[in-house]
Design a protein. Sequence first.
Length: 322
Amino acid sequence: MKDKMVSLDKRELITLFGKYGTLFILIAMIIAFSVLLPPFRSINNILNILGQTTMLSVFAAGMTCVLKMGDFDLSIGGTPAISSIVVASLLLAGYSAPIAIAGALLTGIVIGFINGFLIAYVGLSAFVCTLATMSITLGVAMGITKGSAIWDLPESFSLLGQGDIAGIPIRFMVAMCLLFLLWMFHVYTPTGRRMEAIGGNPDAARMSGIKVERNRLLGFVLCGFCASLAGVILTSQLMSANATQGSYYLLDAFGACFIGAATIHIGRFHIWGTFVGVLIVVIAVNGLIIMMMPSYLTQLIQGLILLVAILLSGLTGRFLQK
């Protein structure tokens, strides 16, 4: 009986650490940086972290929508660039900010629809299709701009990317609203739960009457929308657009999503887990920059954090299956 109790306690401990290990890492990072680096806990730096969190949260939220169904989307490396050029071009052509933003978001939706249709209905590989889409969008963006940035945007457009309410960046509020709406969608709507079921077992989902292709298409549309929204926010923040806008967030978005899949719901991609992953990535980079670490060490530590999170998830899952 005593051995069984010890075994049970061990199992519960491993389960607890497996589910909340990334949260422990996040809390430990915040405490360590706050104690060792006084500038880290300053109000200005906290607001800076909120602003940095915005872009990666929007990117990773869209990626979560396809990863949770067993797909992935590399085209988010190119969608923000073409969307930023669309919004900038429409603004310079004299259109109002709402119309320009709507045009950019529609661009992302169209790209997501094309990806989803080719992958879900035609049967193309997600890797090949979205890689090709990224290459095409980056090529189109480069062709339009000729490698130059688009400047002189209307000052009023800066409100989205540079404005704040009571010191809190507006772009951060937009990102939090997006995460909340996507969480509500995935958890409380029939369509969201169907997407979850497809990720668990697409064949079983199809046999139960779920229209797998339609839901996969929707996932890519949501991903395209999020990527274009990220492009719009970044354009407003920088007040310029260029052919590589936002492409550097691709790997960090993947990393945040996979860290999130090792949080609370082991092996499942979910919105708030992804947000935890975003915070870990952003806070780690922020702390290392304050410490004036070389950029290669920043990349190295980001990779180690991702590796530990995936390893933690895998080992916990194997232990619980025994």
